[in-house]
Design a protein around this ligand. Structure first.
Ligand SMILES: Cc1cc2nc3c(=O)[nH]c(=O)nc-3n(C[C@H](O)[C@H](O)[C@H](O)COP(=O)(O)O)c2cc1C
Length: 164
């Protein structure tokens, strides 16, 4: 692998993130979703968030056509959902608990938080497209987050909460 790409992957892999699953309905009203850690906050006025989708993702063309999506922020007890939505399993929604929301979006159950969004704009960026969403509805819980670091997922260790 090119040394610069290797260094890029190492630096970015060392940057810890949370884990989300972004979900939406395609044109045939079938739920689709993928594991995403490129999620970030963008703006407070209006409320905007972003995530980016790799052009090689199987549902890329379908995601580019949606006008709404939901960002399901995973809780520390939902590592299986991270793996399921990054896997080759064809029927991901047959293997998890989800429901259709009042805004008619597929949302995963028992997550840390859910942000239901309408597409604000899309920005092509290299081999990804950045999806910017305006947040329409927010659901929070008291759960703790699932974290991703160096290809490893897990909960925040207890020591993190202990002040020196
Ligand atoms: C922790 C983690 C984070 C990921 N983040 C992203 C992301 O931000 N954008 C993306 O396009 N793919 C991301 N992926 C990869 C997709 O989840 C994966 O390529 C996708 O589910 C494959 O779908 P497909 O089988 O339909 O092509 C991530 C995977 C993992 C495990």
């Amino acid at each position: 692998m090119d040394k610069k790409i290797e260094n890029f992957k190492k630096a970015l892999g060392n940057y810890p993130t949370g884990v989300t699953v972004v979900t939406a309905y395609n044109e045939n009203n079938e739920p689709m979703g993928l594991t995403v850690n490129s999620f970030a906050s963008v703006s407070l006025d209006p409320l905007l968030i972003l995530w980016s989708i790799d052009k090689r993702v199987g549902t890329y063309d379908e995601f580019l056509k949606v006008d709404r999506f939901s960002v399901n922020i995973l809780a520390s007890d939902q590592a299986e959902l991270c793996n399921l939505f990054a896997s080759r399993v064809p029927d991901r929604f047959g293997q998890c608990e989800w429901e259709k929301s009042s805004l008619e979006l597929p949302v995963l159950k028992d997550t840390l938080a859910t942000l239901q969004c309408k597409v604000h704009n899309r920005v092509e960026a290299g081999d990804h497209t950045i999806m910017i969403g305006e947040v329409l509805e927010i659901d929070n819980s008291d759960k703790t987050p699932l974290l991703y670091h160096n290809r490893t997922i897990g909960a925040i260790p207890e020591t993190f909460y202990t002040k020196a």
